[in-house]
Design a protein around this ligand. Sequence first.
Ligand SMILES: NC(=O)c1ccc[n+]([C@@H]2O[C@H](COP(=O)([O-])OP(=O)(O)OC[C@H]3O[C@@H](n4cnc5c(N)ncnc54)[C@H](OP(=O)(O)O)[C@@H]3O)[C@@H](O)[C@H]2O)c1
Length: 179
Amino acid sequence: MYEQLPVSAIVAVANNGVIGVEGDLPWHIPADLRFFKRTTSGHVMLMGRRTWQSLPGVLPKRAHVVISRSLPPVEHPQVTVVRDIQSALVTAARLESQALAQGTIDRPELMIVGGGQLYTAMWPWVDRLYRTRIDLSPEGDTRFPAVDMSDFQLESATPGTGDPAHIFEIWQRNQRPRR
Ligand SMILES: NC(=O)c1ccc[n+]([C@@H]2O[C@H](COP(=O)([O-])OP(=O)(O)OC[C@H]3O[C@@H](n4cnc5c(N)ncnc54)[C@H](OP(=O)(O)O)[C@@H]3O)[C@@H](O)[C@H]2O)c1
């Protein structure tokens, strides 16, 4: 029942909206990578094909659902390639239910991990946004989309330590999104 699946997006975004450059992140911030690992561990990560290709490999302890019209199937038990959003949601709901039954997670939460195209495509489903704001304005070719945040409220904003300055924000949608 993917209609009931809580959906979150997680992103690190610079002051100028940039999230990526030449298929990679424009910065290296270990504290944010640790936050990403902690927040997504055990959950299904849904990503676009370009983000999948930007990863150093399969990340441990998380299922990867990759959406693509062109990528052939990937022979790895943690990776499922799907062709459209509905298949992505059905697959994610099944894998989150399995993780819940196995006690790997306390509650289902699909994690949309990017990139720009996927945040745009999945925005109507997103109930919760983990947004790390990075105090930089780097050159880049991928931006976080200009989404409507008017029905979201800021739940917490926690400054991280280290350089560049960054803040971990958590936003929650007031009502269930229109799907
Ligand atoms: N700062 C951050 O938090 C963050 C997070 C993630 C990624 N990034 C960065 O973002 C950049 C990548 O983002 P991007 O926008 O270029 O690409 P992307 O969203 O990762 O992937 C785009 C691809 O996903 C597939 N796709 C998208 N929507 C689809 C749909 N509705 N149905 C089927 N397939 C669909 C298509 O693959 P096919 O062409 O194969 O059909 C499309 O070309 C990289 O630089 C990455 O490092 C940053």
